[in-house]
Unconditional design. Sequence first.
Length: 338
Amino acid sequence: MFAAYLDCPGGPENLYMKEVMKPSPGEGEVLLKVSASALNRADLLQRRGKYPPPEGASDILGLEAAGSVAGLGPGCRGRWKVGDAVMALLSGGGQAQYVTVPEGHLMPIPKDMTFIQAAAIPEAWLTAFQLLHFVGKVQEGETVLIHAGGSGVGMAAIQLVRLAKAIPIVTAGTQEKLKATANAGAAAGFNYKNEDFSEKALEFTQGSGVDIILDCVGGSYWEKNLNCLSTDGRWIIYGLLSGGEVHGDLLARLLSKRASIHTSLLRSRDKEASNGYQQSERLVRAFTEEALPYFAGGASPRLQPLVDSVYPLHKIAEAHRVMEENKNIGKIVIEVPV
C-alpha cells in the first residue's frame, strides 16, 4: 500500500509517498480502507521529531481517517461488517491506504456525509467533546473562552458549547477567522494580535470572568488567562504552541480565584495502556450517542465539520506548509488514492 512517509525528522520537504507493507488486523481490530485522513498539529510535531507515537502505534502520520471496513480481526464482536462506512480516531497510521483500528474506536459516518467531511471529525471533535464534557464538565449558561477559535478543535468546540446551551467566545489572529467563528456560533471574538482578550472577556462577562478556558497556546497566555478566569473557573491546557515556561506567581493567582488547571492529551490514550484504551472507547461511545446524531441532515441544532482544503496524499508536504503558516480555517483533509 502507499503511505505518507519520512526517512528522518525535518521540514515538509522530507515527506513523500512510499510503498509499505499493508497492516493486518489483530485481536479485536478492524482493517479500514482509508478514503480520507486529515492533518493535525501533532502530525507537524511528529514530522519534526518532537512528538513520537505511543508505544505499539504505527509510525505513519495520521490521527484520524474515514473510509470503509475492509476486514475483521479475530475476536471482533460483530458490530461492524465489511463495507460499512466508518470514521476513526487513531494513534497513528491514517495517512495511508489501509490502517488497523480497535473496533471500539470506530464511529458510523452519518448519512449524506462524504468521506472528506467525515475525515474532518474524529480528532478535532473528540478532542473538543472530551475537553468540554469529560474534563471541563461544562454546564448550561456558562461562558467558555476558546483560544485558536478558527482551528479544527476551535470550530468544533464552538458548536459543542452551543449544543450544551453554554456561551462560546473565541480568540483568533485574523478578521477572516473571527468571521468564520461567528458564523459557527461564537457569541464574541477577539483578535489577539491587536486586542487584549482578557479585558474583552471581562467586558463581555460584565466583570465576572469566563467559567472555562480551552487553551492550546500555553506559557505566554497564563497571566491574561488568569486575569479573565472566573472564581472557581477551569483552565484546560491541551497544547503548548507558545511553550510551557511560566515566569511569575501563577500559583498564588490561581489560589486567589480557587481556580483549577486541567491538562489533557487525546493521543496518549494508546492501546498498550488498558486504562487509556478504555477511556478512549468510553469517549467514542459518549460522542457517538450524544453528539453524532446532530450531524445528520434535519437535526436541530445541526453540527457541521468545516473543511478548509483538500490535498491528495502525494501533495502531503504542501498541506503541511499551509498548516505551518497558520492559514487554514477548519480542517485540512488528505485524500488517499484508491
